[in-house]
Design a protein around this ligand. Structure first.
Ligand code: CS2
Length: 471
């Protein structure tokens, strides 16, 4: 029997042990349009904005736009934008219901609603988590069309904050708008340059995709059915460039724990190479060896040691973030959080779009100082093994990647022509960049590790590497 569903009407039934919004959106309009209403946004920024709303600043309600997931938007609408978040850390778990999601749209069927939201007088910010592959001319056109309406209505400009895992994300987004604009948009782009701000930002919180286990736990905690419940960790970080249309936003965000700085670059760099770089390596190792979750990978001593060395020996020497040792140790703790159930296949999704930001910069910097990059070479070899589409127990899995077809075509001949496969994969400039594609030494080391992986399996290869003690 299905229980009563979470909604504004049933919110009073939620027990007092669960933090819930005392404010209601009735008299206010959203101030933020968010593109990409996935799990991450709902358990990260939406909770920062919820804090501002709880303090009585009603300008931070969200109009959330589902880019590709109409099903999720419909479920959220059925719950008036409410959902529970389980927050798990060393001190135990707590539940919270953020109330910042006030309106929703589905981009594919409600594009005009999205444009109207961007051009609403109350709107002050646009935030984006559209994933690495979302930075297309279609995205830029959407923003240009929204800004055109705003400009024509004589309204103020917007702070447009990209929050995706891309180095210099604000600059990239602004450049994409300029590259997509036509001569007819010249006036509009001049206005955009003067009146809009594109801060770079680094966002961090591990938020696995929703599962039925979390929905069941939410029902037990809330006494209500919640089809949109999420699970996350206590840790969160948001570092944003001090570049806002309304300069007053800096102090407001800082009060909520957001780091507002001119130095976003060093945080982005450390996060992409340490956290995300290790994530991708572990996800591929886990997928090939048949482990389900990141916690299972970090729980295996040899994989934990591999990740520790990858970060310490090959990533850290080039970071401008000086507290990297604490950062690394905290990451290893976070990866082991038993509540997160972070699927390796979720992280392996879109690896072709993620690897370029996560691995090559460290490899190139190691090459430049004549240092070793064996851990990255092994990770690249495991990526090739991953493209076979089945794990070492023979269990098949799907490659969810815009480049899946071309990767499968490259990887399918691994048994008969392994060296040809490594050469074909490493010739891909879209993955590695021109400089690494030209490196014979990199090719030789990836070939070496790929041979090991095929002959001994991933676990034995990682153990062998640890034993060899490359430094
Ligand atoms: C992960 C990230 O799926 C992935 O590619 O590496 O989503 C990661 O969990 C977040 O960036 C953590 O902030």
């Amino acid at each position: 029997m299905s229980a009563t569903q979470l909604s504004r009407a049933t919110l009073p039934q939620v027990p007092a042990s669960v933090q819930k919004p005392a404010y209601s959106p009735e008299a206010s309009m959203p101030g933020v349009v968010h593109l990409g209403l996935g799990a991450f946004h709902r358990a990260h920024q939406a909770m920062v904005f919820d804090q501002l709303l709880r303090e009585g600043d009603m300008r931070w309600g969200i109009h959330g736009v589902g880019m590709t997931q109409p099903g999720l938007v419909h479920k959220l609408r059925a719950q008036d934008g409410l959902y529970a978040v389980r927050i798990a850390g060393a001190k135990g778990i707590e539940w919270q219901v953020p109330g910042a999601l006030w309106q929703t749209s589905v981009l594919t069927t409600e594009r005009q609603h999205v444009l109207n939201a961007m051009a609403a007088q109350s709107t002050r910010w646009i935030t984006l988590t559209v994933t690495e592959k979302g930075y297309t001319s279609a995205l830029a056109q959407l923003l240009i069309d929204g800004l055109r309406l705003r400009h024509a209505a004589g309204l103020s400009g917007l702070t447009i904050a990209s929050c995706d895992n891309l180095q210099g994300n604000g600059h990239k987004l602004k450049a994409l708008l300029h590259a997509t604009a036509t001569p007819a948009d010249t006036e509009l782009m001049k206005w955009t340059d003067v009146h809009c701000a594109f801060p770079c930002s680094m966002v961090d919180r591990i938020v696995p995709a929703a599962t039925s286990e979390v929905a069941d736990a939410a029902q037990a905690a809330l006494g209500l059915q919640d089809d949109c419940a999420l699970s996350t960790e206590t840790f969160w970080e948001w570092v944003i460039e001090d570049n806002f249309v309304d300069p007053g936003d800096a102090a407001l965000l800082a009060r909520c724990g957001v780091r507002v700085t001119s130095q976003v670059h060093s945080y982005e760099e450390a996060k992409l190479r340490m956290l995300n770089g290790s994530h991708t390596a572990m996800a591929l190792i886990g997928a090939v060896s048949g482990r389900a979750h990141i916690a299972d990978c970090i729980g295996a001593e040899h994989i934990r040691e591999f990740v520790h060395r990858l970060m310490s020996q090959e990533v850290a020497p080039h970071l401008s973030r000086t507290d990297w040792a604490e950062y690394r140790d905290a990451l290893i703790q976070r990866f082991g959080n038993p509540y997160l159930k972070h699927s390796v296949h979720q992280i392996a999704t879109d690896s072709s779009q993620k690897i370029p930001q996560r691995w090559p910069p460290s490899v190139l910097e190691q090459i430049a100082i004549g240092a070793s990059y064996e851990h990255h070479a092994l990770a690249a070899a495991v990526f090739l093994r991953y493209t076979l589409g089945k794990d070492e127990q023979g269990q098949a899995y799907a490659l969810n990647d815009p480049q899946a077809d071309s990767l499968i075509a490259i990887g399918s001949k691994q048994a008969t022509d392994p060296h040809g496969c490594v050469s074909a994969l490493l010739a891909r400039e879209d993955l590695w960049g021109a400089e690494l594609v030209a490196s014979e030494a990199w090719l030789a080391r990836v070939t070496h590790w790929h041979d090991q992986v095929l002959h001994q399996g991933v676990d034995a290869t990682v153990k062998y590497m640890i034993h060899q003690n490359f430094a």
